[in-house]
Design a binder for this molecule. Structure first.
Ligand code: 3NM
Ligand code: MG
Length: 516
């Protein structure tokens, strides 16, 4: 007969707990899910007598067979043998793979849950047909998960089994739903190895209409995410600093011509200057912190800035609503994780934001970027930063974070580092007064949002252009004879942002940028 070829793309894992199933019958919910296009079903029952389980499995198998979909049994080799279904799924604490294979034979489908590279390599070497990689995100459906590994952890596993030459198929599991499916699949994949599917419990099983939910999830799987389009426009082939600089005037010009909306969710200290900076560079600012407005605002062709300068739980809920709206609309989002490591609330907020949406650009100082990367041991003091990494370490950090998130990362400082995970630049423009005026650093996020909103230009190129525009304006402002300090600097800085915009056609900016 041979091993059946399995489509793992939309993998349903059942759950009979009342919190998920309610008063419905398992078989009815699975039938609806099959109608909506799930491609594999795993029967996962953690309680109940064996006879009862076998009869449930038998009934389900007749159903899945009528849809041409394989049925796998969680953990219970005996049940799979009794009903003659296509295979099993085993966790790390279940029967060992080699024994299960002996009992079930070469044609059975056997999947293994893995959460580390070692477990994954071992399962591949042991002849697993597929891996269930997780837990991607913490989920109330399974609270005893060993490790929450995020998209980054899944990526690492995919990369390592691919390096080792294994062709084992893969799905990921844990907390996947309609709002995050496309981003998770996008961020989990490496250039060479993509996931074969996603495994889902509650987003289908607990849905009011499992057929419709599965249909929507399947559609999301088959289509690229909205945020993935158009991030590599003109200039995406540029690798040298001089060509990057040459691209900058067109970016500044495009903001001037299109007046993109810059939707800022930012703290009160920064709102006024951010709005003025937006106007100076030719964007149209709106300071709107209420998430319910985002579904309307995201349709206006602009970009969102989430600046968590004074985050609180209500603010966080608003960020998440706006992030979702902008991601769904395929409009760019800039994240400024202000003071990310300063308090546990902020550290948690960073995690929550990153787990709930795709961020086109993450901009922060060294300590903030370290926290976002997740390796910050030391407690950050306030929102100022003390430098510890050398230049090559900074370049490596932004490159690795950008590669992991598949976005653009900016680390500000005396020298700024910016990367899209492949190309990395260090920019030495700027002036110390920028660090002496509250909120100016935050307004760089606003300028970046304006630069990436019109798209068409390579996203990294647009971010570099925004940094150059911003920092050269600071240099020009500080060099005016009447500027005596940070106070007189601010109005001159606004003037220079504005003057550079009007003068960009000339394109004679003194940029100080190097390839790293
Ligand atoms: N296994 P939901 S997480 C059954 O990490 C299961 O191995 C996991 O449920 C693992 O789709 C999980 O509702 C539950 O988040 C996934
Ligand atoms: Mg198990």
């Amino acid at each position: 007969m041979g091993k059946p070829k399995v489509d793992y793309s939309l993998y349903l894992v059942t759950d009979s707990t009342p919190a998920i199933l309610g008063d419905r019958r398992l078989i009815d919910v699975v039938k609806e899910a099959l109608g909506g296009g799930v491609t594999v079903v795993q029967l996962r029952e953690k309680t109940g007598d064996t006879a009862e389980l076998i009869s449930k499995a038998r009934e389900l198998h007749a159903l899945t067979q009528s849809y041409g979909v394989p049925l796998l049994i969680n953990d219970r080799v005996d049940v799979a043998l009794a009903v003659g279904c296509e295979g099993i799924h085993i966790g790390q604490d279940d029967m060992e793979l080699s024994t299960a294979r002996k009992l079930l034979g070469p044609d059975a489908i056997i999947g293994v849950t893995v959460s580390t590279v070692d477990e994954a390599l071992k399962a591949c070497e042991g002849g697993a047909d597929y891996l269930g990689i997780g837990t991607v995100y913490a989920t109330p459906t399974k609270t005893n998960t060993k490790e929450v590994i995020g998209a980054a952890g899944v990526r690492e596993i995919l990369a390592r089994i691919d390096d080792a030459g294994h062709k084992t198929q893969t799905v990921c599991i844990g907390g996947i739903n309609e709002s995050n499916l496309q981003r998770i699949v996008f961020q989990c994949g490496t250039a060479k190895k993509k996931l074969d599917g996603v495994a889902i419990v509650s987003a289908i099983m607990a849905a009011e209409d499992p057929d419709a939910a599965a249909t929507r999830l399947g559609r999301l799987l088959r289509n690229p995410p909205a945020f993935q389009v158009d991030t590599r426009g003109a200039g995406s082939d540029i690798t040298d600093a001089q060509s990057m600089v040459a691209l900058a005037p067109s970016v500044v010009q495009r903001v001037h011509e299109t007046t993109p909306l810059s939707h800022n969710m930012t703290n009160i200290v920064v709102q006024n200057i951010a709005a003025n900076v937006a106007l100076a560079v030719g964007a149209s600012p709106i300071m709107a912190g209420y998430g319910e407005e985002a579904p309307d605002l995201c349709k206006l062709g602009g970009a969102l800035v989430i600046n968590m300068g004074s985050v609180d739980p209500a603010g966080l809920a608003n960020y998440l609503k706006a992030l979702r709206a902008y991601n769904l609309a395929g409009r760019p989002v800039v994240f400024d994780p202000v003071g990310a490591g300063a308090t546990s609330l902020r550290r948690e907020a960073v995690k929550t934001i990153m787990a709930n949406g795709y961020l086109d650009v993450i901009k922060g100082n060294e300590g903030e970027i370290k926290t976002v990367f997740g390796n910050s041991q030391e407690q950050q003091r306030g929102v100022d930063s003390s430098s510890t990494l050398d230049a090559s370490q900074k370049a490596k950090l932004v490159r690795e974070l950008a590669a992991r998130e598949k976005n653009v990362v900016v680390m500000t400082g005396k020298t700024d580092f910016v990367s899209d995970g492949v190309r990395t630049f260090a920019i030495d423009n700027g002036h110390e007064y920028l660090g002496l005026v509250t909120g100016t650093g935050c307004t760089l996020g606003t300028v970046i949002s304006a630069a990436i909103a019109p798209r068409k230009t390579d996203r990294l190129g647009a971010v570099v252009a925004a940094i150059l525009h911003f920092e050269i304006a600071a240099e020009l402002a500080a060099s005016q004879p009447e500027i005596r300090g940070p106070g007189t600097f601010v109005p001159a800085f606004l003037d220079e942002l504005y003057r550079i915009r009007l003068a960009t056609a000339g394109g004679d900016l003194v940029c100080d940028i190097q390839e790293k």
